[in-house]
Design a protein around this ligand. Structure first.
Ligand SMILES: [Cu+2]
Length: 126
């Protein structure tokens, strides 16, 4: 699958809050499960100035999700679609310390957004 790289963190073994481990290549790497309606783990702690690689693995059959981290002032401007049952990897290097929202903004007409249903988390940059 290519997901089980050394240094990867498997969501199945993860508590809800994780310090994202650094691989031998210096990349902070984690795998996050995307389900309806949650990201697991949902609180990721990373170190500023080092590259981060997050793989979002959808475990849904039909429902599409996405992942958004949007704080342009901090250089974080990520939006990636995650089709049902597929995995998508985002890479970025956080430069500014702080806590930033990770969320899915999918929404059906007249329904609450996935974020409002609980599909959100925190990227904590230390
Ligand atoms: Cu979603």
């Amino acid at each position: 699958m290519g997901l089980l790289m050394p240094g990867s963190l498997l969501f199945a073994d993860s508590p809800l809050t994780v310090s994202v481990p650094v691989g031998s290549d210096g990349i902070q790497r984690a795998v996050i499960q995307a389900d309806s309606y949650a990201f697991t783990p949902h609180h990721l702690v990373v170190t500023a100035g080092q590259p981060v690689e997050l793989t979002f693995k959808s475990v849904t059959w039909v429902v599409p999700h996405n992942v958004i981290i949007d704080d342009p002032q901090s250089g974080l401007h990520i939006r990636e679609e995650i089709p049902a049952g597929e995995s998508r990897t985002i890479m970025f290097t956080p430069r500014v310390m702080g806590s930033f929202a990770i969320y899915c903004d999918k929404k059906l007409p007249f329904m609450k957004s996935h974020r409002e249903k609980g599909q959100e988390g925190v990227l904590e940059v230390q």
